[in-house]
Design a protein around this ligand. Sequence first.
Ligand code: ATP
Ligand code: MG
Length: 526
Amino acid sequence: MTTFFELNLGKKIQQAISDMGFEEPSPIQAQCIPVVLTGSDVIGQAQTGTGKTAAFGIPLIEMAGPSKHVQALILTPTRELAIQVAGELRKIAKYKRTRTLPIYGGQSIGSQIRTLQQGVQIVIGTPGRILDHLRRGTLKLDKLKTLVLDEADEMLDMGFIEDIEAILKETPEDRQTLLFSATMPYEVKNLSKRYMNNPQNVSINRGEVTVPLIEQVYYKVLERTKLESLSRIIDSEEVELGIIFCRTKRGVDELTDALMSRGYLADGLHGDLSQAQRDRVMRKFRHTEIQLLVATDVAARGIDVENVTHVINFDIPQDPESYVHRIGRTGRAGKHGLALTLVTPPEFKLLKQIEKETKAKLISKEVPSLADVAERQTEIWRDRLVRTMQDGKLATYRAILSGLVDEFDPLDLAAAALKLASGEDFEAQESDYNFGETGGAPGMVRFFLNIGRSAKIGPSDLVKLISEEAGIPGGAIGKIDIFEKFTFVEVQEESAPFVFEALRKSRINGSRINLEPARPRERARK
Ligand SMILES: Nc1ncnc2c1ncn2[C@@H]1O[C@H](COP(=O)(O)OP(=O)(O)OP(=O)(O)O)[C@@H](O)[C@H]1O
Ligand SMILES: [Mg+2]
């Protein structure tokens, strides 16, 4: 087993790597770093989440000299990835202070130009904006020593190849060229030889492209009940962070809205959003302010967010490479992950093709029934409770309870605590969900709001807000049930149209309220 020490890296870099918490090099790092340091061209292939970024990042920083010219250029297919790779390089360069800069579209070109003028040694960018700078003469690559194509097969694909060739023309012939990806189809490897000089192949785990730590499952679903299937699947899983992939931008918008109105903490990411919006969504996801990131393939490659437990293909990916990269957003750096794919009948052929080309075995599971979901929820809460108890550090809570156990039944106390903590009123759900069957109050219409307890708005605030916005007396508002992620409000029938109109237009904490008259829910099958 190689250690970072044995790789003969500078002290400052070794210290930085140790600060990053890396104890030993991953296989691709152990094999690539020495070869890259000799100046060779390298084609590096290793599974998703196995540290390819540092496999080129560490030697790049090691080789960076004091000259203020751009010495290395890393190209990535998306802006988010450019930002992330730049972040990882900055960490490696923490003590050496090599100057790095991410350059991507949608960001002020002026500030990029000013930083470039001050001298940058390593640029990380997306092809379009890099070309823009080359044409303006604000970026010069004539002293470039190393060019890296991260996600190389994507970069050499039709969508990017012209831009890449145009950029290559601006670089010295004798540059070092490094290609990295988890997938490297034969044709791409062949094509890449045109741009490389006697490349060394470093390939880890030949023949097995997906990560064994990712459990792969598929569900047979029908197009028209896909959303309901997805909700049940999510509700019966313990999702810490999940990425849900859709085929189109519009699909992302629609699914995001639908999930939000069902009370999930979700937000969408695709290429038609402004850069500020894209940044905000990624930040919220990285800080776990949202639980579900709904995205197009813009998030399929390279994106590394800690604790993504689930990847869900709401729409099955169109080719096996996309599948490999999408599911690779989980199961990273030695962690387990779950990849769930929804498949409609006409898509079965695609599924078979994915299985064949990735040599992966997807297990088939049934979409859970409502009764299954209820059972799973109970299990999930039971597990969480036991885990919390076993983790200890309960002194404060025990102190609160110690005065109560003499007076009340401990089981009742525990039940009340669980009710509070779960934020779900399982008892209330029995009757309220089945509106129309066990009956909401007569003469009342119930509304469903996508704001919940997390919005920190109490019942009296809601009464005030609704009565003011809709111009109805407060007395027209009946029962309000605030759950963790959503709220039910009952309103007298004659006031309902005003409430509907008013709430549709209003915002709470800056975001649009999703509102719909509550429909009777399917009764859990017993
Ligand atoms: N030697 C190491 N020890 C521990 N963690 C590491 C090591 N190298 C990298 N990591 C961490 O592993 C995670 C995945 O690394 P990285 O994003 O470079 O994977 P990748 O191989 O580029 O994956 P992808 O194919 O999806 O782009 C990152 O969070 C990174 O910080
Ligand atoms: Mg990567």
